[in-house]
Write a protein that binds this ligand. Sequence first.
Ligand code: ADP
Length: 489
Amino acid sequence: MRELLKVGLWLEGQEVPAQSGNTFPVYDPGRGEVVAYAARGDQADIQRAIEAARKAFYSPAWRSLNPYQRGRLWWKWARRIEKGKDHLARLLSLENGKPLKQAYDEVETTVRNFEYYAGWADKIHGRVVPISEQVLDYIRQEPLGVVGHIIPWNYPLDIFARGVAPCLAVGNTIVAKPAEETPLSTLELARLATEVGLPAGVVNVVTGLGQEAGVALASHSDIQALAFCGSIATGKQVLAAAAANIIPVVSLELGGKSPCIIFPDANLEKAAESAAWGICYNTGQSCGALSRLFVARELYDTFIDKVRATMATIQVGYGPEDPDMGPLVSEEQLERVQFYIKEGRREGAELIFGGRHPDSEPLSRGYYIEPTLFGEARPGMRIVEEEIFGPVLSILTFESEEHAVELANASSYGLSAEIWTRDLSRAHRVAAQLDVSHVTVNGGGGFGVEAPFGGVKQSGFGREGGWESILQYSRVKNIWINLDAPGSS
Ligand code: ADP
């Protein structure tokens, strides 16, 4: 029997219980059993955290750090995360279910975020505006104050780091609310921040339920900005709560139904492998998952065979034992994915591969689902229109380049897209026409901490990554100095 972990909130550089003393269970989705209890923070704890972050924002300990000194702190934080990567990756794999190798990848991205924004810390400068000989007018790029970060469970470390690293680099302080499914790894990051010398109160983490701690953070009037990543339904609630206090939601990322377009001149072997592995990465629980696959009609049969063959090699298993694909994160998520698979069949799509929850021990105890492939999918079907957030791929066909673009853009979402073609002109032309923020051509990963990523349409707004993050977590102040003031010589 595994010993149960107990974790508290991270406030002012210390681990403390929730004021109410309440806790909530954290599950291992691979076994369907409780592995830890986390402090169930609520309104009172959010209040404490925001006060701590406010105090830290104005404290000499934070204010007197020069930008390059802040940058050095992120470097130290990055090195410490790297040193503790085995522990962090295991914790992440345990609470989220992802294969250990993917958990290590996420820790590496977390490290890269802190390294990258360490470099920006001393390069965030303003500019001088030419007005007249009598005026010196300049613009300062200033921090916002206390920023709230509401984090989802699919990439808890990465999404924490990509928002928090630039936010702190500008000089803000933060209160983060991790998802109830994955509080453990985020708390570990906060602990390491204190260990490497971040002043108390700069990074605060309040674990708890969305309806309690999440609502309390989103509706608080003493934060200066909010970043949210999660579902559309919750995103709307967060926007409304923040609007009541005129608090800007600087980043709102709400998932997607991203298209992948395979043109006849593509490298079909690579494209099929990439499509099958891509939808299974993180068990399909990625906002940018390419879940709508559009193939030129003449390729349909060949391509389906290739994707099916690759899916058949993907081994499903317990995340910490490092299979190819782990379980879904929760029972609720499993039910959701099973619902869509049923719905796809009911609406007349052809279930070509997978679709089952394994019914024998030990996998039957966890929230597993097989890699799933639907053919004969058509616009209007729920599996084509709605985000499933599981390893379910729907294949549709197109007749021409214009038709492919039209189909790809016929979605209420707009996050990422992928194109496979050897024709460079077509790649540029199509990339420019897609209503998304991020296009990959011919695979290869497609995401770097150095580049912006975010939503258009119902996928949200704001950009995380690159210089754009620095802009969104700062604001400008204009200062006009009259050089010809009365009294001056
Ligand atoms: P999912 O439905 O996939 O769990 P959510 O969008 O509900 O995704 O959750 C994303 C994050 O938002 C989590 O940290 C969750 O606790 C938090 N959350 C959920 N509901 C609310 C809410 N009403 N206000 C603020 N945060 C919330």
